[in-house]
Design a protein around this ligand. Structure first.
Ligand code: SAM
Length: 274
């Protein structure tokens, strides 16, 4: 009985429905003309050993351009997997709004949680920010292994949520640099629970926040603070860069909840979440 259930589970894993094939981001050179040739050892392991796909099975490959390619596998060789590109379609899952989240570095896995949930929601870019009250106060502390792990989390969340473009993961910035960078988006807001600002809803809903014809693609920046919050002097810097101070209401959200809640609210208000 248990064996039969296991076999059924394996069959399900091997044969997802056409609209629900396994999705993988690959380097553009994997897709050439009408043929796909995968030589990446980790992906080969995933396809042949973990998912146990065979010739004839379909997968969807993504080259991070917004297009998706349905590929029928035809050869599982030693060191490569090849297949025929059966269809190429423009994905309809990418949001119109270009939303960049500037997120203070957080303790433990909280920052990773923001990367994962933000990717699912439709964030276009993430910027880790070192603030005065951040647990990490030196950008050099963010090693290559951590960045690789963050990139993997973003990629897997993008594959799972059927995105066709990977959100960018920009290099970490100090708070002042992040304000300067954010101020170059069409609109930029810093999440501030300390009073003296306006609600995010009123800021986003105001005429000023509506995209002008010449502002395509329209981009929004949201900055959120660390566990201990932003300092008054950081707020003074934000004001100097003309960032809007945005409140999410009377409750204090945890440092990982605030950016995700704000991202969902903004994407909703601009029509990228239904
Ligand atoms: N300083 C606060 C304290 O200790 O009472 C808490 C900071 S909160 C945990 C972390 C970050 O989430 C803040 O810096 C802010 O960016 C954002 N945040 C949380 N609640 C918010 C709210 N109601 N309005 C705007 N931003 C909020």
């Amino acid at each position: 009985m248990a064996k039969r259930r296991q076999r059924q589970a394996d069959t399900r894993r091997r044969q997802p429905t056409d609209s629900n094939t396994y999705r993988f981001f690959v380097a553009p050179e994997v897709l050439q003309g009408r043929v796909a040739r995968i030589e990446d050892a980790a992906l080969i392991h995933q396809l042949s050993t973990v998912l146990r796909l065979n010739a004839g099975d379909q997968i969807t490959l993504l080259d991070n351009s917004g297009w998706e390619y349905v590929v029928a596998l035809d050869e599982i060789g030693r060191g490569y997997i090849s297949g025929a590109i059966e269809r190429k379609t423009l994905a309809e899952t990418e949001p119109q709004l270009k939303l960049t989240l500037y997120v203070a570095l957080l303790r433990g896995e909280r920052f990773e949680w923001v990367l994962q949930k933000g990717t699912e929601l439709g964030v276009s870019a993430f910027v880790p920010v070192v603030c005065q009250r951040s647990v990490i106060d030196d950008i050099a502390e963010i090693g290559a292994a951590k960045i690789e792990r963050w990139e993997r989390i973003v990629r897997e969340a993008a594959e799972q949520s059927r995105r066709a473009k990977l959100p960018k993961l920009l290099p970490a910035m100090l708070f002042d640099t992040a304000c300067d960078h954010a101020a170059r988006r069409s609109r930029a807001f810093v999440l501030w629970e300390g009073g003296g600002g306006s609600s995010l809803r009123s800021l986003i809903g105001s005429d000023e926040a509506r995209p002008l014809a010449e502002e395509a693609p329209f981009s929004i920046a949201l900055l959120s603070g660390p566990e201990g919050g932003f300092t008054e002097s950081e707020m003074a810097t934000a004001v100097m860069y003309r960032l809007g101070l945005a409140s999410l209401g009377p409750r204090i959200l945890r440092a990982e909840t605030a950016p995700v809640a704000a991202a969902a609210a903004v994407l909703f208000m601009y029509g990228d979440l239904d």
